[in-house]
Design a protein. Structure first.
Length: 74
């Protein structure tokens, strides 16, 4: 059973909603091409956070949190 302290929260400033999406990104000036940093998003903030990263050329992928957790990681 998941407690409220274990909840995965949206990365948008001030948002306390449960995250549903993972936005995988990479700043090519700082990270190797295969490195992925992540922001988490609720349904309400997914588009805003995606646009923020996309305008900078950082956004690499947007998947559901469920898909992200189920996928193998190196």
């Amino acid at each position: 059973m998941t407690s409220p302290d274990d909840a995965v929260i949206c990365s948008a400033k001030g948002c306390r909603a449960p995250a549903v999406w993972v936005l995988a990104w990479n700043n090519p000036k700082l990270h190797t091409p295969d490195r992925r940093k992540t922001w988490l998003a609720c349904d309400e903030h997914r588009e805003h956070l995606s646009n923020f990263l996309g305008l900078r050329g950082f956004l690499k992928d947007v998947v559901t949190l469920e898909e992200w957790e189920a996928s193998p990681r190196p």
